[in-house]
Ligand binder design. Structure first.
Ligand code: GDP
Ligand code: MG
Length: 712
């Protein structure tokens, strides 16, 4: 092997990058991580007609801005490694969207070859693309390929090697961004060239565009290396920014994006793409979307589907939930008779069975819910929800890309805020990202669901699905309002553009649905058996120690001697209650009671709510423990819901106040850590404080107004 060449493979996610990479390099590849971040880094070798080629698989991106880790990695790689050729793989069945990234490669000026992939899919959909015409208009080689079969790959590498052989310097493409911005680009380029600003790193025109796009990385690098010139450039940018916002009500960034799409459209319109099918024969997906994402009917259908999910979940899970409840009731009753009275018995019954059993009892409910969600997800409907919600989200200062994190966190039902917080990584603007990150914990995650189900089941048993629906709506409304509040105060800033492609609808396979459902259900069970068990035992200990002093116990014993048999239970109950109050948890609960009574929460509920800081499931297990400790009737195997209903401190108004508080107060511990990792500890602490104060205010309002009108 004499010749060597270095190439990079880039493209949108799902364009077929990995498929092509495997076709080209076979087993000769190795995966690593980019230092310090968790983005895959793959490199492979290929021998082609006497040349040894090293190919790097860049992370899939839609854009080349500095908003996400993937984009930064892709860009930094190109800048620092200067590959001889970049192979840009584009999805022919989705050409317009894919060429957006291509356009940015052209603006950067890298030597480019386009691999026009999935021509088989395009052909099936009746789309014909004239590769030569496209190559001519774009000014770069275009090779049609089918990555899956390997068709066209040799020709692709031939073209890439030919281009590498020319050793061309980077030639940034001039694209017009309209009069205002073109003038600004020219002014910026003059300054950049005169000052040799960021020389050798990026082409001057590219730096100018990035300044206009307010690219954080390049702006920061600029002011580090040459603060004087940087501030001159920033002055030019802010002047034109003011002008465009005043005259057009948009930021330069959005204008640039628009003109890129304009550039692509103008190319595609010149006979590059022809549709063989006549226009009114839409593809099935598009036809379904005409209805499902219709501006008026779409949201109505969405709400109906959501409601259907709850109806299905509650009605189908009713008897298995009852069965499990009976089972755990029977288990406690059996252990009650087997074990001798004492700490061990209390630990097993109150700590373990009432705690973990309470959480496990909801497994069927969770399972049916996950199943319904899996159908929505696998069929492609969830993407439509994101698409429709985007319009709403903009009003509240969020971004279309915020929708998925919300749904992942439990926006429809039973998610988790931890992956939700991580999913915000796809958001480009830091402020929109922060606003999303801080509000996703408001969604009803899988851990809150059982708490909701418990309280709704106990106090609103006649209309469970309706109430569930209502509380889901409430979560969204509150989250969006909170986002609006954040975006107009601590996180004020401009919106960024959003483009989303809708994947075609698919019939979910039963196998896929079952796997998805089981994976998530198993997560839930595992958590109940490990983390929740641990916390439950810890809280049991806090509710048991310190124990009542010996003289008090003796006092009760003496009392028992002197009363009629019928009164014995009464005394047992008083003793149990005093013991609980005497314990560490009881003291904390009682202390907080001075404030919490404003929202109708008694000291026992407080204990559970404190437990909820650790994990929301713990609210159920702790309520279970707190109410089983107070309950000493040995024949008593009432479910927790029943016990709450009978308790004097609980009624419908208290239940709603508690629900509101539980839905919105501090995120669970793991989520807080995750927020700290993704943002900072300051924001993590902010979310604890802000959410708790906010939730308590709402709960007090609910309780005070509800009590005033005697709604309990
Ligand atoms: P990446 O995200 O860019 O790495 O995309 P992948 O390589 O994972 O491909 C996404 C999907 O498209 C996979 O299911 C591939 O099997 C499929 N795919 C890739 N190339 C082709 C192609 O040329 N034709 C067809 N029909 N499918 C393809
Ligand atoms: Mg891939």
């Amino acid at each position: 092997m004499t010749r060597q060449a270095i190439m990079a493979l880039a493209g949108n996610p799902n364009a077929g990058k990995t498929t092509l990479f495997n076709q080209l390099t076979g087993a000769r590849q190795h995966v690593g991580n980019y230092p310090g971040i968790t983005v895959d880094h793959k490199e492979g070798l290929l021998d082609h007609k006497g040349t040894r080629i090293t190919i790097t698989d860049l992370p899939g991106t839609y854009s080349m801005t500095a908003y996400s880790v993937e984009e930064l990695v892709a860009r930094d790689y190109l800048i620092s490694h200067r590959p001889e050729v970049v192979i840009n793989i584009v999805d022919a069945s989705n050409l317009e969207r894919n060429l957006y990234l291509t356009c940015q490669f052209l603006e950067l000026g890298v030597p480019l070859v386009i691999a026009l992939n999935m021509i088989d899919v395009a052909r099936d959909r009746g789309i014909e693309i004239k590769a030569e015409k496209l190559a001519e208009l774009l000014g770069v080689p275009v090779v049609p390929i089918i990555a899956r079969s390997g068709f066209g790959k040799d020709k692709l590498i031939d073209e890439a090697l030919a281009l590498a052989g020319k050793k061309l310097p980077w030639q940034p493409r001039d694209i017009s961004y309209g009069d205002d911005l073109d003038a600004a680009v020219a002014a910026l380029v003059t300054r950049i060239e005169a000052a040799h600003f960021l020389d050798g790193l990026y082409p001057p025109r590219y730096v100018a565009i990035k300044y206009l796009e307010n690219d954080e990385q390049i702006v920061a690098k600029g002011s580090d290396t040459d603060p004087a010139t940087a501030s001159e450039l920033e002055a030019i940018v802010s002047k034109v920014g003011e002008h465009t916002t005043r005259t057009l009500d948009v930021y330069p960034e959005a204008i640039i994006a628009d003109h890129r799409y304009g550039y692509i459209k103008s190319i595609l319109r010149q006979g590059v793409v022809t549709h063989q099918f006549d226009t009114d024969r839409l593809y099935t997906s598009d036809r379904i979307d005409k209805v499902l994402t219709n501006r008026l009917i779409g949201p109505v259908i969405m709400l109906a589907i959501l409601f259907g999910v709850y109806q299905f979940t509650f009605s189908w899970s009713e008897w298995p939930v009852a069965l499990l409840e009976d089972f755990f009731g029977w288990l406690s009753a059996s252990i009650e008779t087997i074990l001798p009275d004492g700490l061990l018995k209390s630990l097993v019954i109150s700590g373990v069975i009432d705690g973990v059993g309470g959480v496990l009892g909801f497994v069927p409910l969770i399972m049916f819910m996950f199943f319904a969600i899996a159908i929505l997800e696998d069929s492609g409907y969830l993407a439509r929800v994101a698409y429709m919600m985007d319009r709403v989200f903009r009003i509240f200062g969020l971004h279309g890309s915020s929708v998925m994190p919300f749904i992942v966190s439990g926006g429809i039902a039973g998610g988790c805020a931890v992956p939700g917080v991580m999913a915000t990584r796809t958001l480009r603007s830091p402020k929109e990202r922060m606003a999303t990150l801080l509000t996703v914990p408001f969604m009803n995650c899988g851990a809150k669901m059982p708490v909701l189900a418990l309280l709704i089941g106990a106090f609103f048993s006649e209309n469970k699905a309706q109430y569930m629906f209502l509380f889901t709506m409430l979560a969204w409304i509150v989250a969006l309002l909170a986002a609006r509040l954040l975006r107009s105060t601590v996180l004020r800033g401009a919106p960024t553009p959003f483009v989303m492609e809708l994947p075609p609808y698919r019939f979910p396979t039963l196998r896929g649905l079952l796997i998805h459902t089981w994976e998530r259900t198993w997560q839930y069970i595992k958590k109940a058996g490990t983390v929740i068990l641990g916390i439950s035992i810890l809280l049991w200990a806090m509710m048991t120690f310190p124990q009542l002093p010996a003289d008090r116990v003796a006092g009760y014993a003496a009392m028992r001697q002197n009363v009629a048999a019928g009164k014995l239970l009464e005394i047992d109950k008083r003793q149990a209650e005093e013991a609980l109050r005497h314990s560490l948890a009881g003291r904390i609960g009682t202390a907080i009671g001075k404030v919490s009574h404003l929202a109708g929460f008694d000291w026992r509920t407080n204990i559970a709510l404190i437990g909820g800081f650790a994990a929301k499931e713990v609210i159920i297990s702790t309520l279970g423990t707190a109410y089983s400790m107070g309950e000493v009737d040995t024949e008593q195997t009432d479910s927790l819901g029943e016990r709450l209903k009978k308790d004097a401190n609980w009624n419908r108004v208290v239940a709603v106040a508690a629900l509101v508080f539980i839905m919105f107060y501090a995120p669970c511990f793991v989520t807080v850590v995750c927020i700290a990792r993704e943002a900072s500890w300051r924001w993590a602490l902010f979310s604890i404080g802000f959410n708790t104060v906010f939730a308590f205010t709402l709960a007090v309002l609910v309780f005070q107004i509800g009590s005033f009108f005697h709604l309990g």
